[in-house]
Design a protein around this ligand. Structure first.
Ligand code: SME
Length: 151
């Protein structure tokens, strides 16, 4: 299945899941992380970092076999850049990203999507891939749509 089809199926599954009853953001983030990880089982990490203090992100719901770092300052890493600039960041090769924070030795590419609630940044969705240039505008488009479920 190509990745657009995987995203469309994921969005359809999430829409059905979230339609039935009221779920807060923590529950929705958990369901999003597991549904995406199940669809894209080659990803190394898929999870949220949440804004818990000014200029600080803390690990939130995620799926991965790696243990991620607990805190990331807005001044550090790909997650920090996405939070600071409030925009999606795509990194083709993390070895070329100055200030990249490594949590494992297999990640080569990364995409980080900012998450908003009523136009206020509440966190980011971080995804790590094992192939160079794995993430592109297709991932950006569908992942931005998916984080739109968070309110
Ligand atoms: N690589 C991220 C840190 C988080 S881990 O990928 C789970 C970064 O540079 O912000």
């Amino acid at each position: 299945m190509d990745k657009s089809k995987k995203y469309l199926k994921t969005i359809n599954d999430l829409a059905h899941y979230f339609e039935g009853y009221t779920l807060g953001n923590t529950g929705k983030m958990s369901i999003i992380a597991s549904t995406l990880s199940n669809a894209f089982n080659d990803w190394i990490f898929c999870g949220f970092y949440l804004v818990t203090e000014e200029d600080l992100l803390e690990i939130g719901p995620y799926q991965s076999s790696i243990v991620p770092c607990g805190h990331i300052k807005f001044s550090k890493g790909v997650c920090g850049k996405s939070a600071r600039e409030e925009k999606t960041i795509i990194v083709k090769n993390v070895n070329d990203f100055s200030g990249y924070i490594s949590c494992d030795d297999q990640t080569i590419s990364e995409i980080v999507i900012p998450v908003f609630s009523k136009d206020i940044l509440i966190g980011v969705l971080d995804i790590d891939g094992r192939l160079e240039g794995q993430f592109d505008q297709t991932d950006k488009k569908y992942l931005e749509e998916i984080v739109g479920y968070l309110k």
